[in-house]
Design a protein around this ligand. Sequence first.
Ligand SMILES: Nc1ncnc2c1ncn2[C@@H]1O[C@H](COP(=O)(O)OP(=O)(O)O)[C@@H](O)[C@H]1O
Ligand SMILES: [Mg+2]
Length: 249
Amino acid sequence: MISVRNIYKRFGSQVVLEGVTLDIEPGKTTAVVGPSGVGKSVLLKLIMGIMTPDRGEVYIGGENMTAARTERARNDIRRSLGVLFQSAALFDSLTIYDNIAFSLRERVGLSATKAHSKVLDMAASLSLTPYLQNFPEQVSIGIRKRVGMARALITEPKVLLVDEPNTGLDPLDGQEVYDLINACKNQWGFTGLVISHELPEVFQVSDRVAMILKGAIIAEGTPAELTASQDPAVQQFLNGRTDGPIKIQ
Ligand SMILES: Nc1ncnc2c1ncn2[C@@H]1O[C@H](COP(=O)(O)OP(=O)(O)O)[C@@H](O)[C@H]1O
Ligand SMILES: [Mg+2]
């Protein structure tokens, strides 16, 4: 579904990604994990085509995002992607209804009546109906995350991209977000890509896991395979130890 081919990315003299290759299988959820600063968000931006790699290519459903020369061409490819951003990233000046409706409005050919009923259906599926006329700051962080999810899924994307599902959330709210991802996956059956530094919590939404360190993928497999890995860096990261091959910044 998504294929990342031998990607290189540096900022000035700082090399961030150095030959990353990753295949994200359709219908499954893949977690990309690694300590802070290894380039997980950069990888996500490269996949979304909002950043360009120095070398290598990204394919989304067979289409070459890297070779897309215009914003319009990139937007066409992006149609198959839904994104749940780090802090839900809602528009504070829009009601929850308008936040959910936002990306639908840009869609050509969808009548106002049809868009309206889609928003209501999505709100009902995610138990957001009572909050539609509220503004984001009037509801809890857990509800804001559900609104972010509704906004990401309203265009019926084939792939859901999630950057750090529970940054800034306490453990209870964080667990709610993982439950939300699993419930939505069951209902809509998308391909998932979740970026996280939270192990082992992220395993509960992951079919596959790829760990990035020093610009490359150093381990890949099912959560059970990663847990059983003898690689000292994987073990250090999994167990949250400060001593080992990973330097803690
Ligand atoms: N636009 C940018 N310009 C310069 N450096 C950047 C830019 N985006 C990310 N970086 C650097 O790339 C590295 C990886 O960042 P990031 O992908 O955000 O890490 P994380 O794995 O925590 O998501 C960091 O050192 C960051 O400072
Ligand atoms: Mg990040």
